[in-house]
Design a protein around this ligand. Structure first.
Ligand code: PEP
Length: 252
């Protein structure tokens, strides 16, 4: 039985003050929702200390949105895994499509990041997903296979078990267009087949795979009811306490 995991990706929104406001609201209203569902908040780097302090005694986890593949040194603007450990941040999002498309992060770079993350026992939320052009060209299978094989190359079964995958079709992110439950389920099932080939059936069966792409309170239930969908990575609709809580309630 895979426990659902619902994560908020705030992208470049909410500094420390807004983070504090949101989290105080969330804590006051979340009740027993985390019994049925793991909840993760990914604020920008500068808001991580606020988030980890406020959530220290609550059953809500924190994720960074990115981390460097390098150790300490002359890498201006970067944050390394040890810095996240020092802040008690347990999760980090790796390979979000915005990092791939806007910041040019390749499968090779993302694989190096995954190794850094696992070396320090952080948990990744590893994102994969096809563009509209790739889907229309019939390349869904090929793209998922490449992203998973290259991105997770050299990791152990245990590493993969400690990883959450997020299938996020690029055409559905921030567009208001959601993959239909059938489209999402089909892709998630493909992901499990590819994982089984590389890491074995047991790992493929146990790994949690989130769906991401315009998840909202009114589509969360149907998406998360699909057999291979184990949660959601939520952008826009995670920005307000009310809609995020509604997604958690409807999806778990
Ligand atoms: C995301 O940023 O990962 C995402 C899925 O965004 P949205 O929910 O806004 O589509």
């Amino acid at each position: 039985m895979r426990k659902p995991i619902i994560a908020a990706n705030w992208k470049m929104n909410k500094g420390p003050a807004e983070t504090e406001d949101f989290l105080k609201g969330l804590i006051s209203k979340i009740g027993k929702a985390t019994d049925k569902c793991d909840v993760v908040i990914a604020p920008p780097f500068v808001s991580l200390p606020t988030a980890t302090k406020l959530l220290a005694s609550h059953d809500v986890s924190v994720a960074a949105q990115n981390v460097s593949q390098y150790d300490a040194g002359a890498y201006t603007g970067e944050i390394n895994v040890m810095m996240l450990k020092e802040l008690y941040v347990p999760y980090v999002i790796i390979g979000h499509s915005e990092r791939r498309a806007i910041f040019g992060e390749t499968d090779e770079v993302l694989n190096a990041k995954m190794h850094k993350v696992r070396e320090t026992n952080l948990k990744a939320i590893f994102c994969i997903g096809e563009t509209l052009e790739e889907r229309e060209a019939g390349q869904l299978d090929e793209v998922l296979r490449r992203q998973l094989t290259e991105g997770l190359k050299g990791l152990s079964e245990k590493d993969v078990l400690e990883t959450v995958l997020a299938y996020e079709p690029v055409w559905a992110i921030g567009t208001g267009v959601t993959a239909s439950p059938e489209q999402a389920q089909e892709a998630h099932a493909k992901v499990r087949v590819i994982l089984a080939e590389s890491f074995g059936g047991e790992v493929a069966d146990k790994v949690r795979i989130q769906y991401g792409g315009s998840v909202k309170p009114d589509n969360a239930a149907e998406l998360l009811a699909q057999p291979d969908i184990d949660g959601a990575l939520v952008g826009g609709a995670s920005m307000e306490v009310g809609s995020f809580l509604q997604i958690i309630e409807n999806g778990s």
